[in-house]
Design a protein around this ligand. Structure first.
Ligand SMILES: *Cc1c(COP(=O)(O)O)cnc(C)c1O
Length: 398
């Protein structure tokens, strides 16, 4: 363990060296079947040849220029995103938090220029995760991320997803600016919202002139088997959407998308980013987008998800004393466990498979969208062994 790095992470004792497809290797040449994938970020697995080629080609050409110049790659990636979504405009940053930050600013500015500057409240939900900036932790309202960082920012309201009456009442308030929600909660433990839930909130927002912001940082870019998770449903499109993670296939890129109307307050001087959308990032982003957005890739993700989830449910039948629930959507899969999830993650590692943690004592499987059927079977074999081992080694969760 290192004393030179800020101690904010609980790191696994795994010293990474290289990756290849679904496999992650340590410096000693040991390999793990990687179902963390940089937390749903390496959507195409490690070292995808097309991403490597795009990065290498652009590295020899131009890395970075200021946004005071036109950057053709930005216009090209923006056009692709616009053509495949509700959006009219795109802003590029470098992370999910930055995308969230921009989305929140856009919502408040909209009401400011729309003659309702009193509309500043943003409604967020228990179990959500929107990133680590001051605005993002206030939007999610998770107490453990807020503790000790001074006063809460004004204008953030927290509700529970099942509080139908509370949600309707809050959206109708004259000080409400926006609702922010993950169509599939990621860190919260792979909790997928229904089309009915999204439609109801969409309609209430429209009725009351409130903007709907989707955080698809984790659920977007093919993760659920559609390009964006909300696209599973009709009539639930947002006004603003934050994306990141798999957008760059491992290269740091974030973005927020908006309709022309919702973005109308964001004029020259209201926002910016030094690194956001630089030529190197855009070259990789375009290559990643073109692979992920292909119907072939999305259809594969849906098919392999169906196979994997079926086998995980069979595993749940075998290890009913260990697995309480198999949930999520597409390849954003949560296993709600009886044994402590952190302890199980370490145990899974001993059996050659890496899984991510999540809320409600879940572990999350976030494999490459290109996971093959054989690799999916290998995921199940390794988990099976880990659960058998857990039965003998782990104490029940307190
Ligand atoms: C990861 C994540 C974020 C934050 O993204 P960073 O790139 O870590 O800033 C925000 N929202 C969701 C849903 C995420 O999963």
């Amino acid at each position: 363990m290192s004393d030179t790095l800020l101690g904010v992470y609980s790191r696994a004792p795994l010293v990474v060296d290289r990756g290849e497809g679904v496999w992650l290797y340590d410096v000693d040449g040991n390999r793990w079947l990687d179902c963390v994938m940089g937390i749903a970020t390496d959507g195409l697995g490690h070292a995808h040849p097309k991403l490597v080629a795009a990065l290498e080609a652009q590295a020899n050409k131009l890395w970075h220029v200021s946004n005071i110049f036109r950057i053709p790659g930005q216009e090209a990636l923006a056009q692709r995103l616009i053509d495949s979504t509700f959006a009219d405009v795109v802003f590029f940053g470098n992370s999910g938090s930055e995308a969230i930050e921009g989305a929140l600013k856009t919502a408040r500015r909209y009401h400011h220029v729309n003659g309702s500057p009193e509309r500043i409240d943003v409604i967020g939900f228990a179990g959500s995760f929107h990133g680590r900036t001051y605005a993002a932790v206030n939007a999610s309202g998770n107490a453990s991320y807020l503790d000790g960082f001074g006063p809460r920012l004004p204008g953030y309201v927290q509700l529970t997803l099942d509080d139908e009456a509370g949600i309707a009442e809050a959206i109708a308030r004259p000080t409400t600016a926006a609702v922010i929600v993950e169509p599939v909660q990621g860190e919260g433990g792979a909790r997928a919202l229904t089309g009915e839930w999204l439609k109801r909130v969409r309609d209430l927002c429209t009725q009351h002139g409130v903007l709907l912001i989707y955080d698809e940082v984790q659920s977007g870019m093919g993760r659920t088997g559609k390009l964006f998770a909300h696209q599973w449903f009709e009539g639930v499109e947002p006004d603003i959407m934050a994306i990141a993670k798999a957008l760059g296939g491992g290269f740091p890129i974030g973005a927020f998308l908006a309709t022309k109307e919702a973005a109308k307050g964001m004029v020259v001087g209201t926002h910016g980013s030094t690194f956001g959308g630089n030529p190197l990032a855009m070259a990789v982003g375009i290559a990643a987008f073109d692979e992920i957005a292909k119907e072939e890739t999305l259809a594969h993700a849906r098919a392999v998800s169906a196979e994997l989830v079926q086998q995980l449910n069979a595993l749940k039948d075998i290890h009913g004393d260990m697995i309480v629930d198999v949930r999520g959507k597409g390849l954003l899969i949560g296993l709600k466990l009886v044994p402590n999830n952190r302890e199980f993650m370490a145990l899974a590692r001993d059996h050659g498979i890496l899984v991510a943690g999540g809320g409600e004592n879940c572990v999350r499987l976030l494999p490459s969208l290109l996971l093959s059927g054989a690799e999916a079977a290998e995921v199940v074999t390794r988990l099976d062994a880990a659960f058998a081992d857990a039965r003998t080694r782990l104490a029940r969760a307190a």
